[in-house]
Design a protein around this ligand. Structure first.
Ligand code: CA
Length: 291
């Protein structure tokens, strides 16, 4: 058991998508449409204000100073200098209340991201795959709150969270085509412990999952379903985590203020902030979009 400490008093409504990239730490505030970049050496934060919600980001292999972003109902290239969005595809265009939520690149550089309805209507969302040739494929329909995604080394499996299932599910992953099959439960999380949200994977193939409402990040072995470790966070709405720092041994944790009452906020004044700890595991750089 470790304890996370405050890195940034960011006061985000819904901080998400923590990403360590080229010596800087990035995260989004989804509904405010903001992309934050924190330089840990200069201790300076820069904020890009977009005109739409932003659920997820990934580096781009072939476009310096750009991220791939799931914004509103579409995929875009985001210019990190100007904040300009260059649309790629809009698979849920025209659907009110829908937006992209969590997303990540697979080891081959395809981008997977899921949608959800702001009202959390059961089954309204879809997990999509965006290939480097910009083709979009719906991979999994009928999801409610599409959240964490991770691939172990070799990429022959994929782990995925649809939050209301209270599970992390495993799929067989076809690294050649990006197809998924053979869904089965890998980890079950008791509802009273919190709701599984974003996650990352370490070099041993263990999953670090944020528990919304649970005030912690937990480490599970997805091959056995066993709980291995826990990081206590002084904020209940824990949304996601990633490994970063030069040695990829620092765990960066995002949190939210959303859903908290004034009395909750008095008890957890740093809710919506970014926390870190060094739990003894190591991650690796996130793959970049290959298109
Ligand atoms: Ca999330």
């Amino acid at each position: 058991m470790s304890h996370a400490h405050l890195l940034l008093h960011a006061r985000c409504q819904l901080a998400e998508n923590p990403l360590w990239h080229r010596g800087a730490f990035y995260f989004v505030d989804i509904l405010e449409g903001r992309v934050h970049r924190f330089d840990p050496f200069a201790k300076v934060t820069r904020v890009l204000q977009l005109h739409t919600s932003v659920g997820c980001l990934a580096p781009c292999a072939n476009r310096p100073h750009h991220f791939l972003a799931g914004c509103g109902t579409g995929f875009h290239f985001l210019d990190l200098h100007t904040g300009a969005l260059d649309p790629i595809a809009d698979p849920e265009g025209g659907k009110r209340n829908m937006r992209f939520n969590d997303g990540k690149c697979d080891p081959q550089g395809r981008f997977l991201a899921g949608t959800m309805d702001e009202e959390e209507t059961p089954g309204a969302g879809t997990l999509y795959r965006l290939d480097p040739d910009k083709r979009v494929t719906p991979l999994l329909r009928g999801v409610t709150i599409s959240n964490g995604i991770a691939w172990p080394d070799g990429g022959a499996a994929m782990y995925y969270i649809d939050t209301p299932t209270h599970r992390i599910d495993a799929f067989d992953y076809d690294a050649a085509t990006g197809g998924i099959s053979n869904r089965r439960p890998a980890v079950e999380i008791p509802p009273e412990d919190g709701n599984p949200d974003g996650m990352t994977i370490d070099q041993e193939g263990n999953l670090w999952v944020a528990l919304w409402g649970g005030g912690c990040v937990r480490c599970y072995d997805p091959r056995t379903g066993k709980l291995l470790d826990q990081v206590a966070v002084p904020a209940t709405q824990v949304t996601s985590c990633c490994f970063g720092g030069e040695d990829y041994r620092t765990l960066f944790i995002t949190t939210a203020r959303r859903g908290l009452t004034p009395s909750d906020l008095a008890d957890q004044p740093y809710a919506g902030g970014i926390f870190t700890c060094r739990p003894g595991a190591a991650g690796r750089p996130e793959p970049a979009f290959a298109g």
